[in-house]
Design a protein around this ligand. Structure first.
Ligand SMILES: Cc1cc2nc3c(=O)[nH]c(=O)nc-3n(C[C@H](O)[C@H](O)[C@H](O)COP(=O)(O)OP(=O)(O)OC[C@H]3O[C@@H](n4cnc5c(N)ncnc54)[C@H](O)[C@@H]3O)c2cc1C
Length: 404
């Protein structure tokens, strides 16, 4: 059976690796010319995502991934702050967590290695045709397959063909991400942020997630000889969020230091304390990027709204998920494992149908979690929400101080 995968991101490469391992003839096409030219942020892989990955790649790749990942169990509990940096509460105990955070570049590089010469870079797909089915390229002859899988992300041409239109829409938030070395922060900020992740929320839809990543000090697998993390010391990978508007949308056209300055100005305008913005101010300007959150429907019945056939899709192409639950990439990997499992039973349309049924449930589950946070952030941008947040946060902060 010949499978053509459109998109060599997290889901497409995981699928390519799994199919190759089971003896399928597979080709993965991506428009990128370099797999390391991907977002510089980190990806959280929970137990389910790691189990799925272990089905798809060789044990050696898993070991290198874990040796390059930062274990959540070695981190302090997450923190919640207000815009003045006051502690409002803490998340659950992570000592029993099996999740790891890994650089997206490292994950994609390892997956690309597992796909080997079945990955074809610099190949932009312009469309698909049900006749064959065939994959059409902007710069070359079409290729036929027994099954075409669209793993081409939130703006998927394959899923759009199948659904007859977009499979997701803007979620109402513009996100900004960047990387900041812990040693570049002032001592007081290092002490406040500590070796934990946290989120600050405030009125008017502004939120700041600060993720702690240390694949060296907090390695999930103590095997330095296998380590290939891009992050080599304690680092904060942050994600700032603002409601989408003409003004915040325009920030997406900016890059580097200019974008960084504009993000800082937007948070200062919302009266965030200067020290809480140090993590943004001290970021490597080259790491700062802006992106729009896109989200598919949270209802399973709305996802993959097409009859099973010889063209399908997975990952963000079907269930585009905002990063607010840290589960989008994990879900794409689990989709890939499910498709490999079903195709290994039999290569029929029914197998594709069983995979799609599972994917609808999975997509709905992760989207429901991610959208909870999106709605919460957006609620602080209403008149009532802004007033309630402004009134509640000092009370919560005082309660935390009293408990100490
Ligand atoms: C800031 C941020 C933080 C995140 N954090 C997490 C996290 O902690 N945990 C988590 O699980 N998820 C996280 N996510 C989400 C996660 O990155 C995505 O859900 C995940 O990458 C989806 O995988 P995918 O394979 O479906 O799509 P992608 O990884 O987006 O891959 C799609 C690929 O298709 C290629 N492509 C697109 N169109 C074409 C075309 N026409 N021709 C050829 N190639 C094409 C692209 O080049 C790309 O390589 C985060 C996302 C962001 C933006």
């Amino acid at each position: 059976m010949r499978v053509v995968v459109v998109g060599g991101g997290i889901g497409g490469l995981a699928l390519g690796a799994g199919l190759r391992g089971r003896g399928f003839e597979v080709s993965v096409f991506d428009r990128d010319t370099d797999v390391t030219a991907t977002g510089g942020y980190h990806i959280t892989l929970d137990d389910r995502a790691q189990s799925a990955l272990a089905e798809l790649v060789e044990p050696k790749i898993m070991q290198r991934l874990l040796a390059s990942g930062s274990a959540l169990r070695l981190r302090e509990r997450d923190a919640f702050w207000d815009r003045r940096g006051r502690l409002l509460g803490r998340g659950p105990d992570l000592s029993g967590s099996g999740s790891v955070d890994v650089d997206r570049i490292t994950l994609r590089t390892l997956l690309a290695e597992a796909v080997g010469d079945d990955l074809h870079l610099g190949r932009a797909v312009s469309g698909v045709s049900a006749d064959g089915p065939q994959v059409l390229f902007s710069d070359g002859a079409p290729i036929s397959a027994d099954l075409v899988v669209g793993a081409d992300g939130a703006h998927s041409v394959v899923a759009r063909h199948l659904a007859g239109g977009p499979t997701n829409r803007p979620a109402g938030i513009i996100g900004f991400s960047g990387r900041t070395l812990r040693r570049d922060l002032s001592q007081p900020e290092q002490q406040r942020l500590r070796s934990r992740s946290g989120t600050a929320i405030a009125p008017h839809g502004a939120a700041l997630y600060v993720g702690f990543l240390d694949p060296v000090g907090n390695a999930a697998l103590d095997a330095p000889e296998l380590r290939m993390s891009v992050t080599t010391g304690p680092t904060y990978i942050w994600g700032a969020m603002l409601p989408e508007s003409a003004a915040t949308g325009a920030l997406r056209t900016l890059r580097g230091g200019e974008l960084q300055a504009a993000i800082l100005a937007a948070f200062r305008k919302r009266r965030w304390a200067e020290h809480t913005l140090e993590v943004i101010a001290k970021a490597d300007p080259q790491s700062v990027a802006a992106f729009r959150f896109n989200a598919a429907s949270t209802r399973a019945a709305d996802l993959a709204p097409w009859p099973a056939g010889r063209i399908t899709a997975l990952g963000d192409a079907v269930h585009a998920t905002p990063p607010t639950a840290g589960m989008g990439a994990g879900a794409a990997i689990r989709d890939a494992a499910s498709l490999v499992r079903h195709l290994s039973e039999d290569g029929s349309t029914a197998a594709v149908g069983r995979f799609e049924a599972e994917m609808r449930q999975r997509g709905s589950e992760v989207l429901t979690l991610a959208m909870k946070t999106v709605r919460w952030i957006l609620a602080t941008d209403t008149g009532f929400g802004a007033a309630a947040t402004a009134a509640a946060t000092p009370v919560l902060a005082a309660a935390v101080r009293l408990r100490r």
